[in-house]
Design a protein around this ligand. Sequence first.
Ligand code: PEP
Ligand code: MN
Length: 450
Amino acid sequence: MENTSEANILQDFETAWRACPAVQQPKYPDSAEVTKATAELKQRPPLVFAGEVNELRELLGKATRGEAFVLTGGDCAETFAESTADHLKLKVQTILQMAVVLAYGAGLPVVKMGRMAGQYAKPRSSNTETRDGVTLEAYRGDAVNGHEFTKESRTPDPHRLVESYQYSAASLNLIRAFTQGGYADMRRVHEWNKGFMTNPAYSRFDALARSIDAAMQFMKATGVPSDALRTVDFYSSHEALLLEYESALTRVDSISGDLYDTSAHFIWIGERTRQTDGAHVEMLSRIHNPIGVKLGPTTTPDEVKTLVERLNPEGVAGRLTLIARMGADNVREVLPSLLRAGKETGVPLVWMCDPMHGNTVKTASGYKTRHFGTILDEVRGFFEVHEGESMIPGGIHMELTGDDVTEVVGGTETVDESALAKRYETLVDPRLNHQQSLELAFLVAEMLAG
Ligand code: PEP
Ligand code: MN
């Protein structure tokens, strides 16, 4: 049973965010059903725990000081159907493989976060979708409605919020088992990378791969305790889009009395919901998780300052990550003044690069895609701008999958536009496949190693 003061804290929290305008929320046909679903969620155990969340904040704090580099990776939108052991495993594997390469390149520990175990909701640029003269509600992710183009499936269903919780819990359980149970032992991850390198297409990374191998041998020889290599810290993250869901999973920590959103370790506010007087900013200003905000190319230096004031007034290192998604064409022009605005606040910030969302294009045949070279160019621009401002690049945020999909054009094992049709499986944004993800990690590692 909740005590009265906890109940009051939660009540104030709800009242505060509900008083602000909220964009990108589903229009449920029956509000009584929403209340039923959220009442159920409020009874469920937390998915993550304050101790873990605080640990992640500390690690992100290191990234503000150049003592760690952050890697976030995962689907644009996870689906319930693809939340299988195989898909989850391959995604975790891909992220861990990238992390080893990046850690070597940066000469720093890599903080690993999955856009996983909760990334089931999407903001949309249009509320509706029209096909062959029929207009229905847009697909907003499995947490909201079904992708199938029928009226029934596209109608937002609040029971899907409860389902999201179940899928999150099961996914997180598997991730914890992989990363804590020895499956993701660093020596094994290194063997997976050796497997990748047997493909002659990647021979240009031979020297880097050999250096990593030598470092691993050295660690073995000097007797790094094998426990330290056996387990790995891996954190969950998603866009905090659906306010009803995030609110229902927010709890008062019994030790500190602070609010934590227990749906994931790290949550972020998207480019479309970052209004400084909006409900998303209000909600996340009140919880103690480390949080992120996506910043698109129209962001102004004043907005950066206001966001920092609203979201990290106490200047806690690791609390706030700003995720720049400028587009390769804009990053060199727009980012410098935003970095300076951030610096002028005096608040330690993690700056990450999302080189995916500013670089989406449509092919003549109608596929939404991104070009590997453009993605890489945005990362390069991001590093250049940091160097120019004598600031520290904190990490990268990628949309990827562990499968051999064909959604992003380019890379050495080239996917060309005509190959996109082969395995174009995403329901929303195009993702790097397993090979492209690793190739990108090697290329970024080379940049980091300078
Ligand atoms: C996303 O991360 O999938 C997304 C929608 O990003 P943004 O908010 O940056 O557009
Ligand atoms: Mn996306």
